[in-house]
Design a protein around this ligand. Structure first.
Ligand code: F6R
Length: 638
């Protein structure tokens, strides 16, 4: 569903269409491309498309393939020019854009190979300049780009035009921004393997396209999207040059739109339909902006903050302040499983039953302790029957040398005990041989995958032991969608959902905790959450316990809920924080440096502590009690 269209606000300098989900946005873009191809075909002409790679266009290509297969869309008369390619880069490497484009689109449609153009990452450096000029010429000889499809990098790059690129820049060799290199690391296993340079169409080349569609999905793009759409035109954000193009469309999902003024602070744009949640957001915003605790905000502050309309609705600042302060106050509880024998009318959790069956779903083997270790410890300390279900094996996130170390250990141990030592020797030799010849990004052999999964399993079990979770309450699901041995996963399948149904049925929890990364359109966490939603949807109406079950969402290692969303905030004392840290340390394979650290240099325990301190600080700034740290949850009503 298209939720909002380009409003007449003075803030947005580009036309933005917001879709609820990225998939819907991708389909609308694909349909627009298809319409262009067909209209050109009707005129006996070829459509010349500028194409992008990366995660953003995958959904668009998927829909184009569907249109080709099911609705006869032909690519016979389509000519394509890709934006960029890493340099140097052989075309058959898994990370090359040549590989990507064939895998994601060209192999599945009837495009003619001679109509496909992707910058050549294999050229000797002295030929690059002439090659880039020829690339530009080829585009012109084909009549110029009818439509250029663009993603946006967190640096504000389009193509690989990093900050500093000029509006007239041509196709050329460029160096990648450190942030872009960090973002690319997920495809190259390690940051040091990411090429430092790339060939890219210039901003000038892109600007010559007759039509441009820029797409952005997920919260990670929200900030740069706001700067691109609302900021001033500057070389610091090359995408902002698009403001000077006469025919651009920006297509985003609701999460990438989060920082746009009309979404983030709609009261600055016009009249609002005030409900409790928007009121809470506005008051918290005002408190943080004025650096005054909520209870000290005055009528003047509301008027100066463009919130006089809210005063009209609520009467005066005093009423508003008290109302919002109390709502936030009631989110704080040291009893995440409910406080026995207490009036729970204003508490996030119910008092009864005093001892609850709790099921914590952890997408990877360490998400439980990283994201809610303090709460987990409290739940165990407060005598709830705590179960942890590890949804995936997390095996791809183990370094090869750790796998080798454990293989050596297993062999030594077998030899020492004289148990199956000969077989073990054979398997060990196989592992050693595989790892010796393993190519960058190559899928692990099944044996190596098993070792890596066992390493992570042992770590999770150790962390549970440390937290006091009973051994029989630790469940390893190894959901099949994850087990591809690669970063790319299978879609969620029936087996995954059934396994989730089974574990829910077995435990019949009063409380579920799950990683609620709703805003991430890709990624394992979102798939794991979808499995839980699907399983609960099946059980609802059939099983009485489901009606009595609360589902609490925590955020993954990467970010926290916005303070206005939090429905349960669990304080953590300095001692508890130290225990939580030790539980995270049990995940030794992720310590010091992780295979997939994301775009954050801090270790997981540091991110987790910084985040828990920050939440506590925020509550303090709003004028609530000052705690050392806090973990935060949102309740999902299914
Ligand atoms: C890709 C390209 C880049 C990406 C951008 C976003 O050909 O030129 O500008 O569009 O880095 O990447 P994703 O889509 O992976 O977030």
């Amino acid at each position: 569903m298209e939720v909002l269209n380009y409003p007449e606000t003075t803030f947005e300098k580009l036309p933005v269409t917001i879709f609820e989900e990225s998939g819907e946005g991708a389909i609308s873009i694909a349909q627009e491309i298809a319409a262009l191809i067909r209209s050109k075909q009707q005129k006996g002409k070829r459509a010349v498309l500028g194409l992008a790679t990366g995660s953003s266009p995958i959904g668009v290509y998927k829909e184009l393939i569907r249109l080709h297969r099911e609705e006869g869309l032909s690519f016979q008369d389509v000519v394509t020019f890709n934006l960029d390619e890493y340099y140097p880069m052989p075309p058959d490497e898994l990370q090359s854009y040549v590989y990507f484009m064939h895998e994601q689109l060209f192999n599945h449609v009837d495009i003619r190979p001679e109509n496909v153009h992707i910058p050549d990452g294999t050229l000797p450096i002295e030929q690059v300049r002439a090659y880039c000029q020829a690339y530009e010429r080829q585009i012109e000889e084909c009549g110029g780009l009818d439509l250029q499809l663009l993603g946006i990098g967190r640096t504000g790059h389009i193509g690989f035009n990093e900050p500093g690129s000029s509006i007239n820049s041509p196709t050329r060799l460029v160096k990648l921004d450190p942030l872009t290199i960090t973002d690319a690391a997920k495809d190259f296993i390690k940051e040091e393997y990411v090429p430092l340079r790339a060939l890219t169409m210039g901003v000038g080349t892109i600007m010559k396209a007759r039509q441009i569609i820029l797409m952005a999905w997920g919260e990670g793009k929200a900030k740069i999207l706001q700067e691109t759409v609302e900021g001033r035109i500057s070389e610091e954000v090359p995408a902002s040059f698009l403001q000077q193009h006469p025919n651009v469309k920006v297509v985003v999902d609701q999460w990438a739109a989060l920082e746009l003024t009309r979404i983030k602070t709609p009261w600055l744009v016009g009249m609002c339909a005030w409900d409790n949640s928007l009121i809470r957001r506005a008051v918290i915003w005002l408190s943080l902006k004025t650096q005054k605790p909520i209870l000290k905000l005055t009528d003047e502050d509301y008027k100066d903050g463009s919130l006089s309309d809210l005063l009209v609705e609520a009467g005066n600042a005093y009423n508003l302040n008290i109302k919002v302060f109390n709502t936030i106050q009631h989110t704080i509880t040291g009893w995440p499983g409910g406080k026995p024998n207490s009036n729970d009318a204003q508490r996030p959790e119910r008092a009864e039953p005093a001892h609850k069956r709790v099921l914590i779903f952890s997408p990877h083997p360490d998400d439980d302790v990283i994201s809610m270790g303090g709460t987990l410890l409290r739940l165990v300390d407060q005598s709830h029957d705590v179960h942890v279900a590890y949804q995936t094996s997390g095996n791809i996130a183990v370094f090869d040398d750790d796998a080798r170390r454990f293989a050596d250990f297993a062999l030594d141990f077998a030899q020492k005990l004289h148990v199956g030592a000969t077989k073990m020797q054979r398997e060990h030799a196989e592992v050693v041989e595989f790892l010796k010849h393993k190519k960058l990004g190559e899928e692990d052999s099944p044996l190596v995958q098993d070792i890596k999964a066992l390493i992570r399993k042992g770590e999770a079990a150790a962390a549970c032991r440390f937290c006091g979770v009973k051994e029989e309450n630790v469940h390893f699901m190894n959901m099949p969608f994850y087990e591809t041995g690669q970063v790319k996963k299978k879609p969620l399948g029936e087996e995954d959902i059934q396994e989730t149904v089974d574990i829910l049925q077995e435990i019949r929890p009063h409380q579920i905790f799950a990683a609620g990364d709703l805003r991430d359109p890709h990624g394992t966490h979102r798939v794991c959450l979808d499995a839980i939603f699907a399983a609960l949807a099946r059980l609802k109406g059939q099983e009485a316990w489901v009606d009595d079950c609360y589902l609490w969402l925590y955020r993954g290692a990467w970010q926290e809920w916005d303070v206005e969303e939090i429905e349960m905030a669990v304080p953590i004392s300095p001692e508890e924080l130290m225990r939580k840290r030790k539980a995270i340390f049990k995940h030794q394979s992720q310590k010091d440096s992780a295979v997939f650290p994301g775009n954050d240099k801090r270790e997981f325990w540091q991110r987790s502590e910084d985040r828990n301190h920050a939440t506590a600080k925020l509550y303090d700034r709003l004028g609530l009690a000052e705690y050392e740290a806090m973990e935060a949850f949102v309740r999902y009503r299914f």
